[in-house]
Design a protein around this ligand. Structure first.
Ligand SMILES: NC(=O)c1ccc[n+]([C@@H]2O[C@H](COP(=O)([O-])OP(=O)(O)OC[C@H]3O[C@@H](n4cnc5c(N)ncnc54)[C@H](O)[C@@H]3O)[C@@H](O)[C@H]2O)c1
Length: 370
């Protein structure tokens, strides 16, 4: 890692910055906390206890300050954030599962919508704060089941409670930005820039959440069992976990520099070739781990979107961001992580991050230049 000069990535902006990651005990949050820590940031996390055993955050053993706190408790969230007084907040804490949102819509809306309100409301009173990146989802858009990718200026929607909660989070973010953090208002008091980030279906090592296809198949493979595919034809924009994170960090970099034009919504989706069906994803994964086995579950299930694609032209053009890994590498790296974990008891997250950064540098992606 030393040769990489990792703390110079993203213009070296994160070194010694106080950074809050909400949802740090989860899949994406744990990778983000690790990456920020490697860049020399002072990292604080707010989340519930890790959602599974094993879990990535415990395996990483990062030296960060962790607050186990429900994001729905406004007073506590305010107390913690005021105590930290961060430079930037990456807000990832959420109930992120579509099927669970059918079983528990109230908690899904409370956590996702009111959790975000609590973070943004507190942000109004934090004296050191310069930026907030709110993480939503590709599912925030009104899904028209068409062939084209969704652009940032399209309508919010969502047919199920999870997707609609993420559409609501986008609306809340826009309202807070317009009302209290308006970038066109040059007041000294109004110095916090707020952006939102929408990404696709993320895969990668260290995810043990239930009801996620890749997690389900590797867990089954580890005990030589097979998995039932519920939505084999559903097509998703699969991407390695580090891809959206490089987008969030890229966005945070611009906001921390005070660049007001970046305080809006951004898509960070994969290349078109990564839009494949669940069935094709599993068949590709099987090439990397012969123990993967599956069957079809033909029973009735709640509605999930059939086709969803993001158009990331804006991030590619303006942020000079782009995906690093194509479909084959995305799947290979994911399966390799779990094989190393289950067969050799190795946690290769640091090595994977290093490989990802080196590949980004080979592609001369703007954020990776040191
Ligand atoms: N994983 C994906 O494919 C994907 C795709 C698009 C968007 N997202 C979004 O990315 C973010 C992170 O998702 P993930 O995949 O890491 O999910 P995850 O389930 O692995 O992690 C969720 C995190 O949120 C925390 N959390 C949940 N409820 C909370 C509460 N009431 N109070 C405090 N913390 C709470 C959990 O403790 C955990 O740390 C979410 O906002 C999710 O909607 C994920």
């Amino acid at each position: 890692m030393e040769n990489l000069e990792i703390n110079k990535l993203f213009g070296g902006i994160y070194k010694n910055k106080k950074v809050v990651v909400t949802g740090h005990t989860g899949f994406k949050g744990s990778w983000l906390a690790m990456w920020l820590k490697k860049m020399g940031a002072d990292v604080y996390g707010i989340a519930l206890d890790p959602p599974s055993h094993p879990n990535h955050i415990d395996l990483l053993q990062l030296e960060i300050k962790s607050y186990i706190q429900n994001i729905c408790d406004f007073n506590k969230v305010k107390e913690i954030l005021s105590e930290i007084n961060p430079d930037i907040i990456f807000h990832l804490a959420a109930q992120p599962l579509v099927r669970l949102s059918y079983q528990d819509p109230v908690n899904t809306y409370m956590t996702n919508v009111m959790g975000t309100v609590n973070v943004l409301e507190t942000a109004r009173s934090l004296s050191n704060l310069k930026a907030v990146v709110i993480v939503t989802s590709d599912k925030c858009y009104e899904n028209k089941e068409w062939l084209w990718g969704y652009r940032e200026n399209e309508a919010m929607g969502g047919a199920d409670p999870y997707s609609s909660s993420k559409g609501c989070v986008e609306l809340v973010t826009t309202a807070y930005r317009n009302s209290f953090f308006n970038p066109s208002n040059t007041d000294e008091e109004n110095k916090v820039l707020i952006a939102s980030a929408r990404a696709g279906n993320v895969i990668g090592g260290g995810d043990w959440a239930t009801d996620r296809i890749l997690t389900d198949i590797v867990k089954a493979a580890s005990i030589s069992s097979s998995v039932y595919l519920r939505y084999p034809k559903a097509t998703r924009p699969w991407q390695y976990v580090l891809e959206p994170l490089s987008g969030y960090l890229n966005l945070g970099w611009k906001l921390l520099l005070g660049e007001k034009a970046y305080a809006e919504g951004w898509n960070f989706g994969p290349n078109t070739e990564n839009n494949i069906s669940v069935l094709n994803l599993v068949m590709e994964a099987k090439k990397s781990w012969e123990k993967i086995s599956f069957d079809f579950d033909n029973t009735q299930h709640p509605h999930e979107a059939g086709f969803l694609m993001l158009d990331s032209s804006k991030a590619i053009k303006i942020l000079e961001w782009k995906p690093v890994w194509g479909l084959t590498k995305t799947i290979e790296k994911t399966i390799f992580w779990y094989k190393e974990f289950y067969e050799n008891n190795n946690v290769i997250s640091c090595q994977t991050l290093e490989e990802y950064i080196l590949d980004a540098q080979k592609k001369e992606i703007r954020w990776s230049k040191t």
